[in-house]
Every structure is written in structure tokens, then in C-alpha cells.
Design a protein around this ligand. Structure first.
Ligand code: KG4
Ligand code: ZN
Length: 332
């Protein structure tokens, strides 16, 4: 049995978890700063790192208490060392280093995106997962397609050439006057809207696996400005539905293409945007291989997924030195 204590502070969630054998959550706490950043319309980096400093100690203590274990039960202290906001990452990494030094427990820095991928191994039915898999990581900072051939083995197929999908959701949400982050609010509004009223462009439908969302964002902006100039009330639900349909089409078509061309046995969607109800539904309906999405509480940033990937790396013998540094733009 391996028990990992994990910490995540790469963006605006402060989180700690205790994970058994990479599969079972023994303790898990998440403090979200969403309400604080909402008034800035996006994550304010200096505020984020200050908030992480304020809450990280109680978050660590609470995760251990929930798990009802002491440090003597922990085999490894894992932490996200990138990618993310440098000031935010530093808070988690310094906390993990301090805990490791004080307890003598080995330290391991892991990749946040790989954490999102491993959130699926915390869900029910993970023992049935078969490689190779096509992985779609869709978050506020990333839209990437990978072929995962085995545990910890990836081939990068493609990604966004401009905005990330979540970024597009958040920017269009702001244009529609919805609170930050826009993604969940657009998801909700779209349920009440007509996706055919506005025909927005589908990003790069040509060959390959790259995405582009800036043209879609501009098209939505132009439509909104046109309606505003005409003095009309914004049909928020229809605009949200049209925009969301365009994003979902692009993501489903490219993921389906990757499955067809690689012969993958399944698809995993991970990252904040994988919480989107239409994306979850259409990906499962339109592809003919099993599509797995993590439970909603594991879609956005959390330390449980960091413990899940750290388990895989720890059992492979990986360790980090006490001189470990943050890697804010680390890609897998
Ligand atoms: O993975 P995450 O928590 O943080 C990053 O690493 O970026 O993802 C946050 C992103 C935000 O852009 C947010 O708007 C989006 O995930 N998001 C959603 C939904 N829930 C969160 N986007 C669309 N539909 C949702 N239901
Ligand atoms: Zn994330």
C-alpha cells in the first residue's frame, strides 16, 4: 500500500489530499478563491498567491484529519510544480518542501496537466481502462489532445494555437455580462437557448489536431456588439447555446478524428471544461468508443488528482530533491 499526501496551488484553488494506491481518496480539502477573483473578471496573480499563503496550513491539517492518519502513514509528499502561476506554485512547492524536510518523507513534484489526466483513475470503473487512449485536456489554460499509450506515456497530437477552450468560455461569458468564470454560467444559459439561432464558426475543421478559438470569440463579440448597437436586449441563452455548440463541435470532431486515426480504445476528457454538460453528453453520443469524464468535483483544480499521478510516478521510483524549483510553463 502506498499513501501519498498531495498539494495543489497552481492557480486559484488551494487543495490538499491523502490518496491511497492512486485510486482511493482518504482525505481531500479544496478552498476556492473564485469569489475573490470574480470581481476582477479573472485570476489576479498577486492576490492568488497571498490567499494561498493564508489558507494552506489549515487546508493541509484538514486533509490529514479527514484521512485520520498521521505523517507516519505517508510515503510521499507530492506537489504540483507546474504549469501554473509562478507565485501560486511557489506557495505549494515551499509548503511541500518544508513538510518533507520536517518529516523526512520523500518529496515529488508533478505536472498539473498530467494530474488532470489521472483524475479519471479516482473514478469508479478505472480498473477497466484500456490503452491506448485519446486524452482531451480542456481547461482555462489548456486545450490539448494526447495519445496515451501506457501509464505516464504520451504522444502530443495537437492543441490550441491561440485561446484555450476555457479561456474562450470565460471571455464570451464576460461579453454576455455573466459572472466569472463564464464556463459554468454559459453551460446553464445554453440549456435554455436555441443553438441554431446564431451560426458561429467551427474552429479549424481542416486536417490535423490543432484547435483555434479566437475566431469564434471574435464572431461572438461582433454579434453581441451588433445587437447592442441596435439597442436590443441580449438573447443571452441563444448566444450561449450557439457559442457552446461551436466549441463542442470542434472538440468532438477533433477527438473523433484522433480516435479514428490512432485506433484508440477509449477517450478521457479532463480539466475544468470537462464539467460542461453538453460536451460530456455529445462526446459520449457521437463517438463509438467508451468516453470517460471524471466526477464533477474532480474536473476543476484539486489535489486528489495530483496524488493520483504522483502515485504512478512514485512507484516508478521518481523523487525530487530538496532543491526542486517550480516550472511555470512545463508541458507534457
Ligand atoms: O482546470 P481548471 O479548474 O483550471 C485550469 O487549470 O485552467 O479549469 C477552469 C476552466 C474555466 O475556464 C471555467 O470557465 C471552465 O474551466 N469551466 C467550464 C465549466 N466548468 C468550469 N467550462 C464550460 N462548462 C462548464 N460547466
Ligand atoms: Zn487545471
Amino acid at each position: 500500500m502506498t499513501v501519498i499526501f498531495s498539494i495543489e496551488t497552481s492557480c486559484d484553488e488551494t487543495s490538499a489530499a491523502v490518496i491511497k494506491d492512486g485510486r482511493e481518496i482518504l482525505g481531500h480539502t479544496v478552498a476556492s478563491q473564485e469569489a475573490i477573483h470574480a470581481k476582477y473578471g479573472g485570476v489576479f496573480p498577486e492576490v492568488a498567491s497571498r490567499k494561498h499563503i493564508e489558507v494552506i496550513s489549515p487546508i493541509v491539517t484538514e486533509a490529514l484529519e479527514q484521512a485520520q492518519v498521521g505523517w507516519d502513514a505517508i510515503d510521499c509528499i507530492a506537489v504540483t510544480k507546474g504549469p501554473g502561476l509562478v507565485g501560486s506554485l511557489l506557495v505549494g512547492v515551499n509548503m511541500a518542501k518544508g513538510l518533507s524536510l520536517a518529516t523526512g518523507i520523500p518529496l515529488l513534484g508533478v505536472n498539473h496537466i498530467e494530474g488532470h489526466i489521472y483524475s479519471q483513475w479516482l473514478a469508479d470503473g478505472a480498473e477497466e481502462i484500456e490503452f491506448p487512449l485519446v486524452i482531451l485536456v480542456v481547461s482555462g489554460g489548456h486545450t490539448e489532445l494526447y495519445l496515451m499509450t501506457d501509464h505516464c506515456e504520451y504522444e502530443h497530437l495537437g492543441g490550441t494555437i491561440d485561446d484555450a477552450a476555457g479561456e474562450a468560455f470565460d471571455k464570451v461569458g464576460r461579453l454576455l455580462g455573466l459572472p466569472y468564470p463564464g464556463g459554468p454560467h454559459i453551460d446553464k444559459a445554453a440549456k435554455l437557448g436555441d443553438p441554431t439561432r446564431f451560426d458561429f464558426p467551427r474552429a479549424i475543421m481542416k486536417d490535423g489536431y490543432n484547435f483555434s478559438f479566437s475566431g469564434l470569440k471574435t464572431a461572438a463579440m461582433r454579434e453581441i456588439q451588433k445587437l447592442e448597437r441596435a439597442g436590443e436586449d441580449l438573447p443571452i441563452n441563444d448566444l450561449a447555446a450557439g457559442f457552446q455548440q461551436a466549441v463542442v463541435d470542434a472538440l468532438v470532431i477533433k477527438t473523433g478524428r484522433a480516435v479514428a486515426q490512432t485506433g484508440a480504445k477509449g477517450v478521457h476528457i479532463a480539466g475544468g471544461v470537462s464539467a460542461n454538460s453538453q460536451l460530456r453528453r455529445e462526446m459520449a453520443e457521437r463517438l463509438d468508443v467508451p468516453v470517460r469524464t471524471p466526477p464533477l468535483f474532480l474536473c476543476t483544480d484539486n489535489a486528489a488528482m495530483i496524488g493520483a499521478i504522483a502515485h504512478q510516478r512514485f512507484i516508478r521510483g521518481e523523487r525530487s530533491g530538496s532543491d526542486m524549483d517550480v516550472t511555470p510553463s512545463w508541458q507534457i
